[in-house]
Design a protein around this ligand. Structure first.
Ligand code: MRU
Length: 351
């Protein structure tokens, strides 16, 4: 997003004065508020309660959470410090099960901690690594944008959920590609789905695109088929919470419906995600789909929109099979089907 502070785009998450500062996304779109935490348990709660959300953003939040754990540990030796950090790692890891970036971020910082020599040195190298992860996130998003922008012309692009600046440190993955296409002179219009039940599309995507002056129209999730059948959509781009080595894409609930409908209408369906979103070890049966509380579905705010006591199924993510995915945009380039081969080659590449 480009609301500016001291000529810098505001970041979704950052480290300031030994605290983690983040935008409280539960308050958007009506209020741009910030929260500050000095305890990793607060960061874990923030991830669980969607104060911060989006796969890359929660990866960085996990990393800063571990930096807080290291900072406030009273361990006398480096080994005891690592033990304290492992306790924090478990708490942070258990917050949300589907986005692999969280595990990736935590594992990366724990590896840095294990390489430390003393307590002071480990604390500072862990913090440096978490700050670096935040910087890298922006650089990677820009690189994805450069690789992906060429796939789009003067297009109307549908997106689902929020894979924007608010789902990352800044700039975004899917919305980063949209930003890059626009920066390269393309006339881009966006159709954002509402993304029930938490409404990341209307609360966050519509908010940040409108802020950037990008032409965005909001539709209810139920109007995806209508929009495609009436030729309102040229292409689709979404982010991802996890991509398997086979090209199976896990993303916000409803993505599978959008991809299926895109195939029905011959519309290209692209996914933009950094390498940290790839899980080269799991099979579909291993991936845990987060199930969220029924109240997200039975009401909005204080108003009940369903009868008391009704049964609810509320999965937060679904899986889009590789055959529906036209291409995956990463910081190392765009991969195409067959994905088993192209993803393997992607990880073999140096840059
Ligand atoms: O439940 P959320 O809001 O964390 O879900 C976020 C998504 O599904 C995003 O599309 C995904 O994390 C990609 S973000 C770059």
């Amino acid at each position: 997003m480009s609301y500016m502070a001291d000529a810098q785009p505001i970041r979704t998450i950052q480290w300031r004065d030994n605290r983690v500062v983040m935008i409280d996304q539960t308050k958007l779109p009506t209020e741009l508020a910030f929260v500050e935490y000095d305890d990793y348990n607060q960061v874990a709660d923030a991830i669980r309660n969607l104060v911060i959300r989006g796969a890359p953003a929660i990866g960085v939040a996990g990393a800063f959470g571990l930096a807080l754990a290291a900072l406030h540990s009273d361990a006398a030796t480096k080994d005891l410090l690592v033990e304290d950090m492992q306790t924090a790692q478990r708490t942070l890891f258990e917050t949300r099960p589907t986005a692999i970036n969280l595990k990736w971020g935590l594992d990366h910082i724990m590896a840095v901690a294990r390489r430390g020599t003393g307590v002071g040195d480990t604390r500072s190298s862990v913090l440096d690594a978490a700050k670096q992860m935040a910087e890298d996130d922006i650089r990677i998003n820009k690189s994805m944008g450069r690789h992906g922008a060429g796939l789009f012309g003067d297009d109307t692009i549908m997106t689902h959920c929020n894979a924007g600046a608010l789902a990352t440190v800044a700039y975004g993955t899917a919305l980063g590609v949209i930003r890059a296409a626009r920066e390269s002179g393309k006339k881009i219009r966006v159709i954002a789905t509402e993304t029930r039940p938490v409404q990341q599309g209307s609360r966050l995507t519509a908010f940040e695109l409108k802020h950037d002056g990008i032409d965005v129209s909001l539709i209810p999730d139920t109007a995806v088929g209508y929009s495609m059948a009436n030729h309102l959509v040229d292409k689709v781009i979404v982010g991802a919470d996890r991509i398997l080595r086979t090209g199976h894409v896990y993303n916000k609930i409803g993505t599978y419906q959008v991809a299926t409908m895109a195939r029905q209408h011959g519309i290209p369906f692209y996914v933009a995600a950094p390498l940290s979103t790839f899980d080269m070890e799991s099979d579909p049966a291993d991936v845990v789909i987060e199930q969220r509380r029924p109240s997200e579905v039975t009401g909005t705010g204080d108003r009940m929109t369903a009868p008391e006591g009704i049964g609810v199924i509320n999965p937060a993510f679904d899986m889009t099979p590789p055959e529906l995915v036209s291409g995956i945009i990463t910081e190392r380039g765009v991969v195409s089907p067959p994905y088993e081969r192209s993803i393997r080659e992607l990880f073999g590449r140096k840059n």
